[in-house]
Every structure is written in C-alpha cells, then in structure tokens.
Design a protein around this ligand. Structure first.
Ligand code: PLP
Length: 471
C-alpha cells in the first residue's frame, strides 16, 4: 500500500512536464490548450492505472518516469493536431474510390486554385464594365468550346444537376424513362426518387431488358410529357437478350413532338478511351452529337476534376434553369469553379490531359510500367521489411465510382503475408497511422495495386510497413 502511494506521489507535476524540453518543442507547433488537455488526460490515465494495480513490481516505476510520460504526450498531442479529413495512400487499385475522394486533381493546377482562393477574384465581377458579373461566365465559354454545345451550367454535383433539370423542364409534367434505366447510384440517389423531388411524374416504359422506340412514342402525350429521359446505367449492365433505344433515335422522337430529350450521362468521359482498349464508355461529345437537348454529368468521375455537376445543351433550356431558384441553392463554390476551369483547360490538348490528369494517366498506364513499379516495390519490401513476404501476382484494377463496371484493367498486384501477426491485424494497423495506408484484403492476404499509388508514396509505404511490423 505504501508502495502504491509512493508511486502516485512520483507522478510528475504538470509544471515539471511543461518545462520538459520535448514539450517546449512541441508548443511551437501545437496550441497550448491542446497540449494542456493532453497532459491532464495523460496524468489522469497514469493515476487510474496505478490505482487499479494489484501487485506492484519494479517495472511499474517506469510508468511515472517523466521521459516516458512526455514521449506519450508528444505523440498524442501531434495526433490531436492531425486533420480529420486528410490524405491516405490508396493501394486498392480502385481509381475513382468513392470513399477515398473519387478523382485526384492534377498537380499542375494547384497554383491557379490557390491564387483564386487566397485572393479577391473576378468571381462575380465583370472587369470590362465594372459591373456585377456571373460566376458561370468563367466556365461557360470553355465548356461550350470543348463540347461544341450551345450553352452550359455548372452546379454542385450531378445529382443536383438531374434534380434541377427535371424541376425546370418537367415540374407537374410527366417524364418518360425506360424500365431498364431506373438506376440507383448509391447514397440514396434513385432516379424515381429524384423524379418525385423534382415534381415530375415518372412514366416507365418497356421492360427491364428491352425497351423499343414505340414504347416511348406510345407513352407521349402532347400536353403532359415534359421530357424524355435517358439514364446511363453507370454501375450495372443488362446483358443477354436486350434492346435499348439509341440516344440518336430518342432525340429524333423528341424533335418530332417538340419534347426535350435529357441524357443523364453520369460519368462524363471527355476523351475517347477506346484508343487505350477501354471500349465501354460513351463520351460527352458523342452524347451531344447524338442530338440530346440536355446532357448532364459529374465533374469528379471520368472527367477527373473536382466534384461538380455539368449541364450542357440547348440555350433556351439552360436559360430556364438559370432562373430556377434551385440554381442558387446548388450554387457552385469558387474553389470548385477554379479547379474545374483549370482542369477543363487541360482538355484543349488531349496529350496534356492524358499526362496531367491523374485519373486518365492511371487508367491508361501501360502494363509494362505497372509491372516495373510493382516489381520495384515488391523487391524493396522483401529487402527492407522484416517479418513479411511479398510476391507478385496478376490481377485487375477497377475504374470505380460507379463507372465502367465491367471494365477490368489488367495490373500487377503485390501480395503480402505478415509472418508474425494476422492479415486482419496488419490491415488495421496500416489503416490506423497518421497517413492511413488502405489496402485490399482477399483470401487471407493483403494486396497492393501500384496503379493508384504515387511514386512518391513508395518510400512512405516501406516506412509504414516497417513501423507496423516492428513488434
Ligand atoms: C454518378 C451518377 C450520378 C450522381 O452524380 P454525382 O456527381 O455523384 O452527384 C447521377 N446519375 C448517374 C447516371 C451517375 O452515374
């Protein structure tokens, strides 16, 4: 008992801790309140743990050693300062990983974005006449030039775009959609529900696997129909005995009855990936050329930019949308606008877009390069990290983000097996660091896909593995 009291008395005082060299150091970067909180919490924990001891041993005196206590406090204080929303290393090989932030912005636009963000800007100011301008003007011209369309409007995301379109063109009216295209995107975006929110009545036509032009035509009512909607079945495909109406034929039908044809394209590919052997995806330009009156798509899927919803098409419809009060509610932020403008500008030169936009360079990375990188990282792991075996294995990466569900991109995976702990244990540790390393787990192995790993992250991965296997 006396020993326990002695131990409690030996716990350093707050003042002593504050005077410790390491604490003084950390106070230059971490705020004092945060450090004080951590100190108090840590001393309380030490006290509680001593009180709960049954028998004391010599080793317990280490618990009250000031250097040991301070070391823990420093680690914890640094963690307190970490952003909750922060960088991770994506070793899953899923390029547009919805949970990990979808598309990565191109490195080369960072100055442009920061310049606008940290200064006053022309956001809604027309420098030509000194009058109020529109935030949409900065980007409309670029989009219309790139996509050869009459007009454009940008909102927060594509879900907002669809809602705005339906609420503008078809409120109180009917919208005709094929039964094969009643998509759920995830995160509770379902076409029938968005339709209801937009105040439009859904008219389903055809069957799940087959919808014909006459199904649409039979459902048209000259007074009641507000729009014909075609939805890209982004995240699934209907295969086998199937039939759908090509957009061009649907557009002709809309023309004949003077009803707008809307195409929710979802992913919005700005380049034709066919030349890289990826054939599954219609581009935005192809959709525009098929004659749709309005096309909408995401900014952070296959375009590879920031989260945004882009609406393009006939000027008269876009003008109506600009007047809809929802446009104000869905108003795009200046940071996004800057990032989107800078990303879109890269597309004026296809070569540049392929080189600079991470999504595209990851998607089109040649297998030889993937093999070379995988081999390099794998050998480095085997050479430098103990208690682990790493081998190479053939595998596939995914585009993700609900795009190209059937497209398998051949890749080379690094297969890891820890020798002294379980795969689940290691996976949890990798995920728990300051920079979480997110991996795939499959059949009692950990897999890493170099396609989504930046070169600069290779050394970091080695360090993370070393720290976590060192037990
Ligand atoms: C992804 C997607 C949406 C939603 O787009 P967000 O930008 O995520 O809001 C809507 N429609 C389709 C067809 C999609 O693929």
């Amino acid at each position: 008992m006396t020993q326990k009291r002695e131990l409690l008395r030996a716990i350093p005082k707050v003042d002593e801790i504050i005077d410790h060299k390491s604490i003084k150091e950390i106070l230059s970067s971490v705020s004092r309140n945060v450090v004080m909180d951590v100190i108090r919490r840590s001393l309380e924990q030490t006290r509680t743990s001593i009180l709960s001891l049954e028998d004391l041993s010599e080793k317990d005196f280490e618990k009250v050693d000031i250097d040991v206590i301070v070391e823990k406090i420093v680690l914890e204080a640094k963690r307190e300062e970490l952003m909750n929303l922060r960088r991770v290393i994506n070793a899953t090989g899923v390029i547009l990983h919805t949970n990990l932030g979808r598309a990565l912005l191109p490195e080369c636009i960072k100055d442009q974005v920061w310049e606008t963000a940290s200064n006053y800007s022309t956001l809604e100011y027309n420098v030509k006449n000194g009058l109020r301008g529109s935030r949409y003007d900065h980007i409309d011209g670029i989009i219309t030039k790139l996509l050869k369309c009459e007009a454009a409007l940008v909102v927060n995301n594509n879900a907002a775009a669809v809602l705005l379109i339906l609420s503008t063109l078809a409120k109180g009216k009917q919208v005709i959609v094929s039964r094969g295209e009643l998509v759920e995107i995830g995160g509770s975006f379902r076409v029938p529900e968005i339709m209801a929110q937009g105040g439009a009545e859904l008219v389903e036509v055809g069957t799940t696997n087959k919808t014909k032009l006459r199904d649409y035509e039979n459902a048209i009512s000259e007074e009641k129909t507000g729009a014909l909607l075609k939805v890209h079945t982004s995240n699934y495909r209907i295969l086998g005995f199937t039939e759908e109406v090509p957009l061009s034929e649907l557009s002709e039908l809309g023309n004949k009855y003077n009803i707008p044809v809307v195409h929710d394209l979802g992913s919005g590919a700005m380049i034709d990936f066919a030349k890289f052997g990826i054939h599954d995806e219609e581009t935005v330009l192809q959709s525009v050329n098929s004659g749709a009156d309005i096309v909408c798509f995401s900014g952070d899927k296959l375009l590879g930019g920031p989260q945004a919803g882009i609406i393009i098409g006939k000027k008269k419809y876009i003008e109506m949308m600009k007047k809809n009060p929802l446009t104000r509610a869905f108003r795009i932020d200046k940071l996004t606008l800057a990032a989107l403008e800078a990303t879109l500008r890269l597309y004026f030169d296809d070569e540049k877009a392929i080189r600079e936009i991470p999504l595209i360079s990851m998607m089109t990375m040649p297998i030889e390069l993937l093999e070379e990188r995988a081999d390099f990282l794998c050998s480095k792991i085997n050479r430098e990290v103990k208690e682990i075996t790493a081998t190479l294995e053939e595998g596939f990466s995914q585009v993700g983000g609900g795009s190209m569900p059937l497209q398998e991109l051949p890749t080379k995976l690094i297969r890891i097996k820890p020798l002294k702990m379980s795969v689940q244990q290691l996976e949890g540790k990798l995920r728990g660091g300051d920079v979480p390393l997110i991996v795939r787990v499959h059949k009692d192995h950990i897999y890493m896909d170099v396609r989504t790993i930046k070169l600069a992250e290779f050394d970091e991965i080695i360090e993370i593995l070393k720290i976590n296997l060192d037990i």
